[in-house]
Design a binder for this molecule. Structure first.
Ligand code: F6R
Length: 264
């Protein structure tokens, strides 16, 4: 695992944008997995700004898959993750909406929605780079503590803490849906590269548990330890509880000396 301890949220956003742009330059038909929530917004804003300036790559052949989708919202609700990712990123990069996918929350098809989403990811060729955030309780996507480390896309029940954390998007935690369709931890492990972004002191203990704690369903994000190509970008607040912070800094500083530029 490559852990990059940065100082500010904007450093995290600029480096994450560099990594995503490089993936799309290397493969204009790249398949991107996209987290919603607050953490990736500065990264998405950086990509949009570069694209608007004419500096970014073309995204017209890129395919995108959201990590998750709420259940029980009307299809035209602005907080569906399909609407959110279109508003915050994909429309602004001019990615055709037919190339932007989210789990299907239609109640009539719920029993097959997970399997259909897995098939759609496989049909697209698999996810090249999956952007991730981390919950204060260590959740990854909506895989709350206790989730199977081998799980695939399915319905999960949000914890009260997650509903409370996401109340800022809805007005109150009662309005936050109780259920969501989410990529499983096993789905996330199938992506070729994982890019976890962590900013803010409320993420520091979850990040330390994920990166340095035992592999455990009690901290779903610890499943990242099983993946061969993970980059974690953290600001000083989120990285403050990492015991090996100084070593990660040394590794990153010496990265250019390695033949393939990575130390996982
Ligand atoms: C979002 C998602 C969640 C968030 C996590 C952190 O698609 O799946 O796991 O990444 O809840 O949320 P923020 O970034 O809002 O702190």
């Amino acid at each position: 695992m490559e852990v990059v301890p940065l100082t500010t949220g904007s450093e995290v956003a600029e480096l994450a944008a560099d990594i995503l742009e490089a993936a799309v330059r290397a493969n204009p038909r790249a398949v991107l997995g996209l987290a919603t929530g607050s953490t990736p917004l500065p990264t998405y804003a950086a990509l949009i700004e570069r694209h608007d300036r004419g500096d970014g790559p073309s995204y017209e052949a890129v395919q995108c898959f959201t990590l998750d989708e709420y259940l029980g919202l009307p299809p035209d609700h602005p907080q569906t993750y399909r609407a959110t990712i279109a508003r915050e990123l994909t429309d602004r990069l001019h990615i055709p909406s037919s190339q932007v996918h989210a789990p299907d929350p239609d109640p009539d098809g719920l029993t097959t929605a997970g399997e259909r989403y897995e098939k759609a990811i496989v049909a697209a060729g698999g996810i090249d780079v999956q952007v991730l955030g981390i919950g204060a309780d260590g959740h990854l996507a909506f895989n709350e503590p206790g989730s199977s480390l081998a799980s695939l896309t399915r319905v999960k029940t949000l914890t009260e803490q997650t509903r409370h954390d996401n109340a800022r998007f809805f007005g109150s935690s009662e309005q936050v849906p109780r259920h969501a369709l989410t990529q499983g931890l096993g789905t996330i492990l199938r992506a070729r590269r994982l890019l976890l972004l962590a900013t803010g002191s409320e993420k520091s203990s979850a990040l330390a548990a994920a990166v340095e704690g035992p592999l455990s369903a009690a901290c779903p994000a610890s499943v990242l330890q099983l993946h061969p190509d993970v980059t974690v970008l953290t600001d000083a607040h989120a990285g403050s509880s990492l015991a090996r912070r100084e070593h990660y800094r040394e590794v990153y500083a010496a990265k250019a000396e390695l033949p393939n530029g990575a130390d996982n």
